[in-house]
Design a protein. Structure first.
Ligand SMILES: Cc1cc2nc3c(=O)[nH]c(=O)nc-3n(C[C@H](O)[C@H](O)[C@H](O)COP(=O)(O)OP(=O)(O)OC[C@H]3O[C@@H](n4cnc5c(N)ncnc54)[C@H](O)[C@@H]3O)c2cc1C
Length: 399
């Protein structure tokens, strides 16, 4: 089989890239190890994705947003940061941006479904995307002249460019000999949906407590009971996470209520709980010979600053702009200069927040008395620094 571009991975980033390249006279193959059923009807995975205003625009341009039911999109109006057991809060109001809300929240499985459906719509129109589900890429071969992959059934696909969108531990990236800096935080993030008594007013919480980090992502009311509903995120040491996962729903709900210091009143678990180990990854290179990475394969963010998929979309926009720009004037879409331009701009956009996120998590997980003093002082000073808060608001809107 011969195509112009092979994309490894039909996660949201890989599918969005296929969608953005469709209809331009290029042929695309998307290889996915999961079954067709798993990607066309993705299961709930606990993740509620905070999307910037820029990502919302990108999703509209790609036709994903229009495929999502309005009640599945929740407003993220403001955000607040809390520290320890103090009642003090640093508020990031939407008024610091030019929007009515800082961003939006959509469940990851809903985004994945929209990305799949948008890709199918594009293919029905242009017949230029070949989706190969249930197959794993086991080999990548690239040279100055040509690139290609081998699948686990020994099928060979040649192309002008191979793009890895196969998650932060990208095996394709490894096969290309690209090293990556990985940091294991030794913690797990538990995510689930809970209903509660106290209104969230569409304010997202990031609470750097002692021994745990909590987050609350405001969702639309529970469709069955009409109660306030949020995505609850509990970050604790991996062994503690394992113990929490063993609790029955009632015990877990009581535990969460206590962790949140009763600030949300009665809390009830209304979904399954999902656990994610916290490992951030930044590859040494984002591209190679006739090879590029996008999505988590390019930048594996710590979720605390909620930018993983936002950066994924940014990478998709930048890479497809470069590819289509070259294709329109009859240039080689696997050209090294093009790939290096993509690498440079994507690094510039992502590296500062990647490093900042590491710093924040390091400062706000230390618990010695001087560290606690520093944490509190930083938050109080930041609350008074409007330009600093404005820069956080702009980062959350993606502008
Ligand atoms: C708890 C949590 C909360 C998050 N919150 C946010 C948030 O608020 N905002 C935000 O922007 N981001 C957030 N993220 C990050 C976001 O979920 C990811 O950035 C996004 O899902 C990555 O998409 P992807 O397509 O790059 O990778 P993935 O979704 O990991 O998809 C990769 C695909 O590649 C396939 N694959 C892998 N290897 C192969 C192979 N060899 N051959 C074929 N197929 C292969 C896999 O099966 C998979 O389908 C969060 C992440 C977590 C864990």
């Amino acid at each position: 089989m011969n195509v112009d571009i092979v994309i490894v991975g039909a996660g949201p980033s890989g599918l969005c890239l296929a969608r953005s390249l469709s209809g331009q006279g290029l042929t695309i193959a998307v290889i996915e190890q999961q079954s067709l059923d798993a990607i066309s009807n993705p299961a709930f995975d606990g993740r509620e994705i905070a999307l910037t205003q820029s990502s919302a625009s990108a999703m509209k341009d790609l036709g994903l947003w229009q495929l999502i039911e309005p009640q599945a999109i929740s407003q993220l109006r403001d955000a607040k940061i809390l520290d320890g057991r103090s009642q003090f809060e640093m508020l990031i109001p939407h008024q610091l941006s030019k929007y009515q809300e800082l961003g939006w929240l959509i469940s990851n499985h809903v985004i994945r479904k929209a990305a799949y459906d948008a890709t199918q719509e594009a293919n029905d129109l242009h017949h230029d995307i070949t989706l190969i589900p249930g197959r794993k890429v086991i080999k990548v071969k690239t040279s100055q002249q040509i690139a290609g992959v081998v699948l686990d059934d020994q099928t060979e696909i040649s192309a002008k460019l191979v793009v890895a969108a196969d998650n932060r531990f990208s095996t394709t990236r490894r096969m290309m000999g690209i090293a990556a800096d990985m940091h294991d935080f030794g913690r797990n993030m538990l995510v689930c949906c809970m209903t509660h008594d106290t209104p969230h007013d569409h304010i997202a919480w990031e609470w750097f407590d002692y021994g745990q980090t909590l987050a609350l992502l405001p969702m639309n009311p529970d469709p069955e009971t009409g109660r306030y509903r949020s995505s609850v995120v509990i970050t604790v040491a991996s062994d503690e996470a394992e113990e929490l996962m063993k609790l029955n729903p009632e015990a877990f709900s009581r535990n969460a209520k206590e962790r949140f210091g009763n600030r949300l009143g009665e809390m009830d678990l209304v979904s399954t709980i999902h656990s994610y180990p916290l490992v951030s990854v930044y590859p040494k290179r984002l591209v190679g010979t006739r090879f590029a990475t996008v999505g988590d394969a390019a930048v594996g963010m710590h979720p605390v600053t909620a930018h993983g998929f936002n950066f994924g979309l940014l990478g998709v926009q930048k890479l497809s702009k470069e590819i289509l720009g070259a294709h329109r004037v009859g240039k080689d879409i696997g050209d090294q200069a093009l790939l290096l331009r993509y690498e440079r701009t994507h690094r510039l956009k992502t590296k500062p927040l990647f490093l900042m996120t590491r710093l924040i998590t390091e400062i706000y997980t230390k618990e010695s008395p001087p560290a606690k003093f520093l944490r509190k002082a930083l938050l109080h000073v930041s609350e008074k620094l409007t330009p600093f808060k404005k820069s956080i608001a702009l980062s959350l809107t993606g502008r």
